[in-house]
Design a protein around this ligand. Structure first.
Ligand code: CA
Length: 228
């Protein structure tokens, strides 16, 4: 079941999104407020991607994102931002969202983003099973979990995919375009900046000193390297 939650208080925008997602084959759960979205997620535990508007009456989309992430790292989260809210995009990603879409967006753009996250939210079968060990890290590709020195680090699905890509390519400089292709998929419409924002967040979780990263190193003017 491909189920998506749509949180948007403006009914015209919500209907536009719902109609297009249904047309693309998704089952849609609708919510008008953040509180309602959190309740619906309790009822519909099989929702795999949530679209969250930011400006809402009551709690805002960031707070909804934070509350979802407190208990659920598996669900894919896309923030719906207005064109003028540049900082909101970054803030949204830092609170645990995987992606953002800027209003107004086309139906094709929206469904491509949802499709991309759906593939990574446990929908696609994991082809391999086992472990990738590079001390102090242990990545379990069956459970999609990461440990550092035996301590579990909670990752979102995107962060997990990035970690796995790095651990499968040790010592190799990867361009931001390559990372976008490998992690988000070739049909992804998004901007390169999303790579930087996700890596910044991942560094906060895995580096000993995130301001002086030693595991994920920057290759200036190019991209990143899993470097030891
Ligand atoms: Ca709104």
């Amino acid at each position: 079941m491909k189920k998506v939650l749509v949180l948007e208080d403006e009914s015209s925008i919500r209907s536009f999104i719902v109609i297009n997602l249904r047309r693309a084959g998704y089952e849609v759960v609708e919510a008008e407020t953040g509180e309602e979205a959190l309740e619906k997620l309790q009822e519909h535990r099989d929702v795999r991607v949530a679209l969250l508007d930011i400006m809402l009456p009551g709690i805002d989309g960031f707070e909804v994102c934070r509350r979802i992430r407190a208990t659920n790292t598996k669900i894919g989260i896309i923030m719906l931002t207005a064109r003028s809210q540049e900082m909101d995009k970054v803030t949204g990603l830092m609170t645990g969202a995987d992606d953002y879409v800027t209003k107004p967006f086309s139906p094709a753009e929206l469904t491509a983003r949802v499709d991309a996250l759906m593939r990574r939210s446990g929908g696609a079968a994991e082809e391999t099973s086992g472990e990738l060990r590079q001390d102090p890290f242990l990545l379990n590709t069956r459970n999609r979990t990461l440990e550092k020195n035996g301590q579990r680090i909670k990752l979102t699905q995107m962060e997990y995919s990035i970690m796995r890509m790095f651990m499968e390519n040790p010592g190799k400089a990867l361009s931001r375009e390559e990372i976008l292709d490998l992690v988000w998929g070739r049909d992804y419409f998004g901007e390169l900046k999303i790579v930087d924002v996700n890596i910044r967040r991942l560094r906060l979780k895995i580096e000993d000193n995130p301001t002086n990263p030693t595991y994920i190193t920057t290759v200036w003017g190019y991209g990143y390297k899993w470097g030891f």
